[in-house]
Design a protein around this ligand. Sequence first.
Ligand SMILES: Cc1ncc(CNC=O)c(N)n1
Length: 218
Amino acid sequence: MERGVLERWIKENEGLYVEATRHPFILSIRDGTVDFSAYKRWLEQDYLFIRNFVPFVASVLVKASRESEDDSDMETILGGMAALHDEILWFKKEASKWNVQLSHVVPQNATEAYCRLLEILINPETDYTTAVTAFWTIEAVYQQSFSLCLKSDSKTVAELMEACRRWGNDDFGTYCESLRRIANRHLANAQESVRKKAEEAFKLILQLEVDFWNMSFG
Ligand SMILES: Cc1ncc(CNC=O)c(N)n1
């Protein structure tokens, strides 16, 4: 992976990055020891997260169309937006498979805190470089995490394979690569004040992802 700004931040925040991308919840899915009640708690809360993630991605699309000099940025982000429609349908199907009533789900603290950050990132005050860096971070944590559960030596149980494939598959990995290059390009060209804001968002999101995984343990 080329040495961009994001790779430097990953190195400087290695512990937190590993906590977010190799969390015990994910390792328990990989090792086939996960408690299904933890999985169902995660599923319920992640549905609430996705409902709030959609407007965030839409806001990145608007900022890309206004602030990016490269038209392909918007096309990449639009691809991610389209996938979210299928994602919401998947959550509803998965919830009925586990007899989870999505309409009755109460947001937990970690979900509420994450959605508050998404609101701040949606705000027009948040610049495109910070928003697209946040977008990559959010997607990359799931891609890195769930790809662990698809490795040949993983013991992921059949019931959880669809979820792991959804975010761990190579196509999602390629999409995250595109986002990483877009974020690195804008970070390299940004003023230091913007880079600082983006770095804060990067670290905040890693912590919120750790809190979100922790929540599945109830
Ligand atoms: C809490 C959280 N973080 C990242 C993702 C991945 N992005 C969209 O699906 C997600 N679904 N949930």
